[in-house]
Ligand binder design. Structure first.
Ligand code: ADP
Length: 465
């Protein structure tokens, strides 16, 4: 397979060659159609004025006169009625000319050799140093008739220009080729880098570095590629962490259950210890059950965004119902709960959103301090509804806030060790809110308490009862 570099160079040089050929053909057509007749006409006028001057000045020596004229940049051939020929100026490369033409000119006809010069010679006909490619006019001098054939001495007139144009052409072709070679390298280099980076990414190296600081499409592509590699790296990290977390979170309750059932096999243990072991086993089974339920929910949320069964519903009533369910735990823990929950309609999946409120309320209870308080409120804004869960609990450090919505993340274990949890609740809550087009934020002060604020879009449907 030819490399992109070679293809690019070949195509560009090919284009240069084809366009040169086309340019040559077009300019040839232009020469044949427009310039050749003009050139013929111009030289005819010059030849006629030379002849007229010779006729009007019989005293001059024709030979000297024609020699002088030739020296000014012309090739001249003359023949008289007796057949005496003379050449002046630079010799013709081809001095063939039919006797018929010579005769015709001697008889008074003008010979338009430049105009009649064959077309097949293209534009180069202009340079053809041939006697046929001349203007022939009759010349009368001192009673004698001559046929005078004349053409500009291109070599003499254009010699320097020839070189100059030749050099310009050679230089521009060479420079174009050199520039094409370099510019193509410049264009193709980032693609080579990108290809290497893609291969490296395919081999599992997500830390590919692309140094392509260009502002064009390739620069954009490189930046998007770097972002994509970074994202893939993060996803891969998360996947590994997720698997190791799941394994750990399933393994540890299982080994606890196994340990305590082994202990239960010992018949000598007292009823109090037995009851304690059974309670631990039950709590571990609960943990496993919650974990699998949450994992299933997360998996279905990840897989399918269409799983939302949205409808307008009263979020105020939903929250009041939830509070009723938790009332006994709240009073058992000696917590104070207050709320401001006006009837408010939002559009969403009531069951999934209930999971969110359930998680936020259970966290506000779990991570609260003895005799602490919880405040739940709904605030209507112009376009949105704010649902706030505020507690006076253990709070969060700044570094913890950043990771709070990550899967399996649990803040400082020293403070939460004794509290049951999987670290999945908030990440599920955030996913559900995101699927609803809302957002969840948290403000917290360590040791003071936290506030989780959910912002949902308002339902602009036809009012709510
Ligand atoms: P879980 O509660 O099952 O551990 P979550 O995802 O609900 O998992 O919460 C993640 C972590 O965030 C918790 O382990 C806890 O450290 C912290 N957290 C959540 N809610 C609060 C809160 N109201 N006050 C203090 N910390 C909280």
């Amino acid at each position: 397979m030819k490399s992109l570099y070679v293809k690019f160079v070949v195509i560009t040089i090919g284009i240069m060659i084809i366009s040169s050929i086309l340019a040559f053909l077009v300019s040839n057509a232009y020469y044949q159609q427009k310039i050749k007749p003009l050139n013929d006409q111009k030289n005819t006028e010059i030849a006629l004025s030379i002849a007229a001057f010779a006729k009007e000045h019989p005293s001059i020596m024709l030979k000297d006169y024609l020699e002088n004229t030739a020296a000014m940049g012309y090739q001249i051939y003359s023949i008289d009625q007796s057949g005496n020929e003379a050449f002046y100026g630079a010799p013709f490369r081809d001095s063939n000319l039919s006797a018929y033409t010579k005769e015709k000119v001697l008889n008074g006809t003008v010979h338009h050799g430049i105009l009649q010069f064959p077309k097949r010679t293209f534009v180069t006909g202009f340079f053809a140093n041939e006697l046929q490619n001349t203007i022939g006019v009759p010349l009368k001098h001192n009673g004698k008739t001559y046929a005078l054939f004349i053409r500009p001495d291109i070599k003499l007139l254009f010699n320097e220009m020839h070189f100059l144009f030749g050099w310009i052409l050679i230089l521009s072709i060479t420079l174009s080729i050199v520039m094409v070679l370099f510019s193509t390298k410049y264009l193709v280099k980032p693609i080579t880098h990108l290809t290497n980076a893609t291969q490296s990414l395919a081999n599992g190296n997500y830390h590919v570095k692309l140094n392509i600081p260009r502002q064009d499409e390739l620069g954009n592509l490189a930046r998007s590629f770097s972002k994509m590699a970074q994202k893939l790296g993060q996803t891969e990290e998360m996947r590994k962490e997720f698997i190791s977390n799941i394994s750990h979170d399933i393994q540890s309750p299982l080994s606890n259950i196994k340990g305590y059932t082994n202990l239960l096999e010992n018949e000598s243990i007292g009823p109090e210890e037995r009851a304690q072991y059974i309670s631990i086993i039950n709590s571990e089974i609960r943990r496993l059950s919650t974990l699998t339920k949450q994992l299933l929910l997360l998996a279905s949320l990840d897989r399918n965004e269409d799983m939302l069964k949205k409808r307008p519903f009263n979020i105020g009533q939903q929250l009041k119902e939830l509070i009723r369910n938790y009332q006994w735990v709240i009073s058992e823990k000696g917590l104070m709960l207050s709320y401001t929950l006006p009837d408010t309609e939002i559009m969403g999946d009531p069951s999934l959103l209930n999971t969110v409120w359930d998680n936020l309320l259970s966290n506000a209870i779990k991570y609260n301090k003895p005799n602490g308080s919880i405040e739940i409120s709904i605030q209507e804004r112009k376009e949105s509804v704010l649902i706030t869960f505020e507690d006076t609990g253990i709070g969060l450090k700044h570094t913890e806030i950043e990771r709070i919505f990550d899967r399996f993340y649990r803040a400082d274990p020293a403070r939460t060790r004794t509290i049951e949890g999987t670290g999945l609740g908030l990440s599920i809550a955030a996913t559900i809110i995101r699927l609803h087009g809302g957002q969840i934020t948290v403000t917290s002060e360590e040791g003071e308490g936290s506030a989780f604020i959910v912002e949902m879009k308002k339902n602009h449907g036809d009012g709510f009862c």
